[in-house]
Ligand binder design. Sequence first.
Ligand code: MN3
Length: 238
Amino acid sequence: MRRLLTVSAILALCAASPALSQTTSTPQAVAAAQAAFTLAPLPYAHEALSPVIDAETMRIHHGRHHQAYVNALNGAVASTPALQGKSLDAILSEVSRHPAVVRNNAGGHYNHTLFWTLMAAPGLGGAPSPKLLAQINKDFGSLDAFKKAFETAGLQRFGSGWAWLIWSEGKLRVVSTPYQDNPLMDDAPVKGAPILANDVWEHAYYLKHQNNRGAYLSGWWQVVNWNKANALFDAAAR
Ligand code: MN3
């Protein structure tokens, strides 16, 4: 009789005895279990960002939208042997070879996972480090000029997408991507390491700001987690 194993049962078997798992689970089942992506909890309460993003938006955006990207990505991985066992970064680096369902949901999972960590309750996000601020001044003229460029990138993204600050070929650049695309994708027009990212899909701001994307973008600085951006910049610009 063929035994059906749940993912958690497979993982338990692997932990208990790698040798046993090789004989009782197919390689495909083990790879699928290892490749399963999960939704991490928010690093703060739903209402933590409420001066700019209301609690209900955070609940829906994280618990439903992001969860849906995770579920669809896991579904695509499970049905695509070439993707099994690959990290999210590895999938993004070859995403042009895969169907749109992989692009949209791998991008959606990566972008939102990063986005949550780039925000903090007002007053808790710190400030740009001296190193990051010096680079911002060098590449944009001033912090205010950078913020204006970033807001403009978000405002000018027609429809749904993202605004980014990236480290690209030795300088900071502001770019925008459509849908769930990001600057790590192998076919991105401008590639680079993300330092800041803001979601400008209407689902990110509509309940509080309705059609006023500009108010969301200008208010967003109150909840930016510069401590995280500083760490990303340190890692990218060695
Ligand atoms: Mn979103």
